[in-house]
Write a protein that binds this ligand. Structure first.
Ligand code: HAM
Length: 439
């Protein structure tokens, strides 16, 4: 009775609008649709595979975290935290933020799950989307994709070299060549404070505009990275961190560079490099590709020896990188590199003419898939010509053609789409697999 009443009281359904206006993705958020999505996946998976080869285990991180984690971990003076975070109150009025990067989340998870109490270093790999409210332009997105690694708990220069060499190998393994590695040391808590004062002394004596002066107060190193000609000229003789390293940092950096030399990983020293995140200490690096215009950084990373303590854990060191998957895909395009086999979707494509043949083909395709063969078939009752077009678009190597006559004979035609040869094969998954193997 009451149900009936409810039904009666329910508002009349709104009239379906004739046509919705088509929506687009939010500004600065890329889609990867086929066939380009195949390159994206290949790059991401190859980077993750290389990380696994080097002993990094996968960690699946939350896409959003408490806002305090990034404020404390990434640094409140950075653009990333002060201007670019997607922060909102959830329905329980907690402030949460879509992750702008992965390192802080990894450290939080390592502390929370006591991974730092076991064998060190803890070596972890992650990938996925990150979110930064940046001004969108070519290669600069609001949803960006990275593959990252973090090696936590051992302050060993050979580990720095491993991480850097791994990044270099990742790019080369997808066929990228037109990039360079820039390297520097940002010192540590022993030598950076004194250097910072020295640099500020130098900068405050210059006729800087008020914005730049403010930057010199908050993070003077950033002024050295200013791209404007007049600022560059004024800071040409500024003191550099690399010339003011303490003995420990100097010895560490020398070992990193000699290990890279020994491994044959090419690099350039860039003593003016500034990274967008505050946690870096000692070894810091960036991979730059010149085919990408302004957004040339395809990946970067470094050591972050104070980060774990800063977010409430033990005072352990760490080093890692984040490789930009979007920009690597763009860099591959800029170099004209296409990855082998990315267009090929399935090996086998079923073409069935008539209802009964269609039903039989569906079973056969299902059995082939169960046996590990990648297979698809034509749908929608197409004729032979239309269905064969599907085989072509699928990039299939073989078409299985089943018409009424073949069905009556308990056979199908296996067409090799590369050489156009054709053989009759029994209508059975094992027979099809044998016939393909024999080709
Ligand atoms: P990051 O330099 O901020 O470092 O980002 C790493 C890479 O992500 C950049 O080199 C770039 O390729 C890509 N990327 C960053 N922002 C964008 C964007 N808006 N659009 C497209 N690609 C972008 C980090 O995130 C650190 N967590 C890396 C790290 C790990 N350091 C130590 N461990």
């Amino acid at each position: 009775m009451s149900e009936q009443k409810n039904q009666h009281d329910a508002p009349a359904p709104e009239k379906f609008p004739e046509k919705f206006q088509a929506l687009s993705a939010p500004k600065g958020v890329p889609d990867y649709v086929p066939p380009a999505s195949a390159t994206f996946i290949r790059v991401r998976d190859e980077f993750a595979r290389q990380a696994r080869l080097a002993g990094y285990q996968h960690i699946e991180l939350p896409v959003f975290e408490d806002t305090a984690l990034f404020a404390r971990g990434v640094g409140e003076s950075t653009d990333v935290v002060s201007k670019e975070m997607y922060t909102f109150a959830d329905r329980g009025d907690r402030s949460v933020t879509l992750r702008p990067e992965g390192t802080a989340g990894v450290m939080r998870a390592v502390i929370e799950h006591n991974l730092d109490r076991g064998y060190l270093p803890v070596k972890l790999n992650y990938y996925g989307p990150f979110f930064r409210y940046e001004r969108p332009q070519a290669g600069r997105y609001r949803q960006l994709q990275q593959v990252g690694v973090e090696a936590i708990g051992v302050d060993d220069p050979y580990l720095d070299a491993e991480v850097i060499a791994l990044a270099d190998r990742c790019y080369r393994s997808v066929g990228l060549t037109g990039f360079r590695l820039e390297l520097t040391s940002l010192g540590d808590s022993h030598c950076r404070p004194a250097y910072r004062e020295k640099l500020q002394e130098f900068l405050f004596a210059l006729p800087l505009d008020s914005d730049t002066r403010r930057r010199a107060e908050i993070n003077p190193l950033r002024v050295l990275d200013d791209k404007r000609e007049e600022v560059r000229a004024m800071t040409a003789d500024a003191p550099l961190m690399l010339d003011h390293l303490c003995d420990g940092c100097r010895a560490h950096f020398d070992k990193v560079t000699s290990a890279l030399d020994a491994m044959g990983v090419p690099y350039e020293i860039n003593p003016r490099m500034v990274r967008g995140l505050d946690y870096y200490t000692k070894t810091t690096f960036e991979f730059v590709h010149d085919g990408l215009g302004a957004q040339s950084g395809i990946g970067g990373g470094g050591r972050y020896d104070g980060l774990m303590a800063q977010i409430g854990g033990q005072d352990l060191s760490g080093i890692g990188f984040g490789l930009g998957v979007d920009r690597t895909v763009l860099a591959l395009e800029a170099e004209g590199v296409t990855l082998d086999g990315v267009d090929s979707r399935v090996d086998v494509f079923g073409v069935a003419i008539g209802d009964e043949a269609q039903a039989r083909m569906a079973l056969l395709i299902d059995a082939l898939r169960a046996a590990g063969v990648s297979a698809d078939m034509a749908y929608g009752g197409r004729g032979l010509k239309g269905a064969m077009k599907g085989a072509d678009r699928a990039g299939a190597r073989f078409a299985l053609v089943l018409g009424e006559r073949e069905l009556a004979d308990g056979e199908l035609q296996l067409k090799n789409l590369a050489d156009h040869s054709q053989v009759a094969v029994a209508l059975d998954a094992a027979a099809v697999i044998d016939a393909i193997a024999a080709q």
